[in-house]
Design a protein around this ligand. Structure first.
Ligand SMILES: CC(C)(COP(=O)(O)OP(=O)(O)OC[C@H]1O[C@@H](n2cnc3c(N)ncnc32)[C@H](O)[C@@H]1OP(=O)(O)O)[C@@H](O)C(=O)NCCC(=O)NCCS
Length: 190
């Protein structure tokens, strides 16, 4: 399977706008309508590639499947980690793209930033994301109690992480390697 991460182009802005205004498209993370012009401004500002957060488009073959994202956080106010996220369009889910895209993004962040920890949070009912994170080499860490307001009430979250020293996930018969080029490509087919 050919999964590639690449920077967003102007043609990708409508994809981000869809996720801002189409109820449910993003799945359980739907939190109401968002400013659909925000992606337009952000693309003009830095192409979604800032020092503290970013997005890359997930491509599968010749098709755009969705996007991955990351943003910085810190527990002690000094030591940064990345928190990653992903949203695939419904028709691309359940095809092995999600775990590979998150594995590729993590490899990319470890290769290009001096970060030690990459974390990801998901919902107790999001079994697909839990499995995808584990296949991407993440470990379950904890239940984060009462951490988000969603669907009319406060809810728990599940926290996962991968540290720089953790083993790489196996993709097909090889492991993920990041790339410093304009795209990040899975090197081996499954
Ligand atoms: C969550 C998401 C990224 C997972 O990516 P995906 O491409 O659908 O998942 P994959 O095909 O890589 O599958 C990974 C694992 O999850 C399993 N899986 C996939 N969809 C599943 C589902 N609906 N229910 C249960 N397990 C599922 C797969 O079988 C696989 O596990 P296996 O190898 O043990 O069989 C994707 O479904 C998505 O974008 N969902 C909407 C947005 C979202 O929820 N983002 C995460 C927010 S925290």
């Amino acid at each position: 399977m050919d999964v590639v991460l690449r920077p967003a182009g102007a043609d990708d802005v409508p994809l981000f706008q869809r996720f801002a205004v189409e109820p449910g498209l993003i799945g359980l993370d739907w939190n109401g309508f968002r400013d659909a012009q925000s992606p337009v401004r952000r693309y003009a500002e830095d192409g979604f590639l800032g020092p503290d957060d970013g997005r890359l488009i997930v491509r599968s073959g010749d098709e755009t499947a969705g996007f991955v994202s990351w943003r910085s956080g810190s527990f002690d106010g000094r030591t940064k980690y990345w928190e990653i996220g992903i949203a695939l369009l419904p028709e691309y889910r359940g095809r092995g793209i999600g775990w590979r895209a998150q594995a590729l993004l993590t490899a990319y962040l470890f290769e290009h930033t001096p970060i030690y920890r990459v974390q990801a949070a998901t919902h107790p009912e999001n079994v697909a994301e839990q499995k995808a994170l584990e296949k991407a080499g993440f470990r379950f860490e904890a239940v984060i109690r009462g951490c988000e307001f969603r669907g009319g009430r406060m809810r728990d979250g599940y926290l996962y992480s991968r540290l720089r020293d953790d083993p790489d996930p196996v993709l097909g018969n090889g492991s993920v390697t990041g790339s410093g080029e304009e795209a990040v490509r899975e090197p081996l087919a499954d």
